[in-house]
Design a protein around this ligand. Structure first.
Ligand SMILES: Nc1ncnc2c1ncn2[C@@H]1O[C@H](COP(=O)(O)OP(=O)(O)OP(=O)(O)O)[C@@H](O)[C@H]1O
Ligand SMILES: [Mg+2]
Length: 428
């Protein structure tokens, strides 16, 4: 443990990160004072003018300025602290006029949070500056004390100045022990400084992230909008698939059936035997169409999944694959229907890919639980080269999983084999 820490502790004072953080704290003082000064004077002017109409534009202007300064602060935090905080949504009036813009500015929570930042950042910046700068300055000047003594001996230790009666004077140096102790104390400061600086910037990080970012509600809305987009897209692609399946499958069969029956009707009187054969064929067509309709319905809502769970449903999907598939499902309980459904569709798309593209001789499906995640993996010994950028299947899966905080990892080098692993949240 100690030998891991020691090098880090010794490296820290020289690391760019420490100096960037220190620079952040030093810059904080002038920026804090400037922002505070501007904000306080504009807010008090605006508040004073509120009895006349003028107060409102002044206040709105003040908030707009605070938002502008907030952008500078976000950029400073991004550049020097590596803290990425998104900008809040821009303020837009309903009509695009100046009045509605002012109204929107005054009503926006983010604007007031920026003003709050302008007000409370300064006292903190002063405190942080007055802790960090002395630490850094004292540390380094004491640590390098022997060097100073050597370069400028006359400044060393005022006590060393010896005046004589005739006006001449002499210097003598601090004892080596004193020099060593001074330097050691300096070294201690130097070693502490990175941690002091880092701890101080924690507060800055909290201030920037807490007050200058988009509101939690806005974040949530963005997330929900994205989720809804995914749901709509999924629904649309499901509809397209159903349309395609109906068109190529059942509809084509029914057309053939209508033609067969039409011919049979014509033949009924002149050649009853041929007609009987045709009716028989038509009967076969009806059975196939029925089977396809059933499959289609199962694709929309896999009844076997609802009734008997993932194990049975995946075995049914596997049996439709063109290569032999071994299915292993090892789950302690049944996950919620939404997760079960996504797991089912994921495996079914991956096995379709195995049938269509892999040229494999075998495939394996594994489903298991790992902590708070439901894991599933589909492997084949085929030619590999699966690429989510090519078709819509894998890309669609990625999006579907994304909507529930899941992940899809495709490992498919050219020449094979292909392993696709999906991770879903485990919810029961
Ligand atoms: N198991 C696999 N083995 C080899 N190549 C694969 C495998 N799975 C996918 N691929 C390759 O990756 C591409 C992308 O697959 P994806 O499922 O995204 O699209 P698709 O199957 O071509 O079309 P869609 O799924 O929309 O009908 C495929 O076109 C295929 O070339
Ligand atoms: Mg596919």
């Amino acid at each position: 443990m100690a030998d891991h820490r020691l090098p880090a502790a010794i490296r820290a004072p020289f690391e760019a990160r420490t100096w960037r953080e220190f620079g952040y704290l030093v810059l904080g003082l002038p920026i804090g004072v400037l922002t505070f000064g501007l904000a306080v004077s504009l807010v008090s002017a605006g508040a004073g003018l509120l009895i006349t109409f003028l107060g409102i534009p002044v206040l709105a202007g003040c908030l707009a300025m605070c938002r502008g300064l907030g952008a500078v602060e976000r950029a400073r935090a991004r550049g020097l602290l590596g803290l990425d905080v998104a900008a809040p949504a821009p303020v837009r009036g309903r009509t695009g006029g100046a009045l509605s813009w002012m109204g929107a500015m005054l009503k926006s929570g983010a604007s007031w949070r920026h003003l709050l930042y302008a007000l409370i950042h300064m006292p903190w910046a002063i405190f942080a500056f007055s802790v960090a700068v002395p630490f850094m300055a004292w540390g380094w000047s004491l640590f390098t004390y022997p060097l100073w003594q050597w370069v400028f001996p006359m400044y060393a230790g005022q006590d060393g100045l010896q005046l004589y009666g005739d006006g001449s004077h002499d210097f003598y140096l601090d004892s080596p022990f004193e020099i060593a102790v001074t330097s050691l104390v300096g070294l201690l400061f130097v070693l502490c400084t990175p941690w002091v600086v880092r701890s101080l910037t924690v507060v800055d990080r909290l201030l920037v992230a807490g007050l200058l970012g988009p509101s939690r509600m806005a974040n949530r809305v963005t997330e929900l909008e994205k989720d809804r987009g995914v749901v709509v897209d999924t629904a649309a692609s499901d509809l397209r698939r159903i349309e395609r399946d109906l068109h190529d499958g059942a509809q084509a069969r029914l057309v053939a059936l209508a033609m067969d029956l039409g011919l049979a009707k014509e033949k009924l009187n002149e050649d009853p035997r041929a007609a009987a054969r045709m009716v028989e064929e038509a009967h076969g067509e009806v059975k196939t169409a029925l089977q396809e309709l059933r499959d289609l319905a199962r694709g929309i809502h896999p009844a076997v999944l609802t009734d008997r769970g993932l194990d049975a449903a995946l075995s049914a999907v596997a049996s439709r694959c063109t290569v032999p598939v071994s299915v292993e499902v090892d789950l302690p309980a049944r996950p919620v229907p939404a997760i079960e459904g996504i797991a089912y569709f994921t495996v079914s798309e991956l096995l379709q890919n195995v049938s269509k593209h892999s040229g494999a001789r075998r495939a394996w499906v594994d489903v298991w639980r790992s902590g708070s995640r439901l894991m599933l993996q589909v492997r084949d010994d085929g030619r590999g080269g699966a690429d989510a950028a090519v078709g819509s299947g894998l890309a669609g899966l990625t999006e579907r999983l994304d909507a529930v905080d899941g992940v899809l990892a495709v490992d498919s080098p050219a020449g094979g084999p292909t392993t696709v692993t999906a991770e879903l949240p485990w919810r029961v």
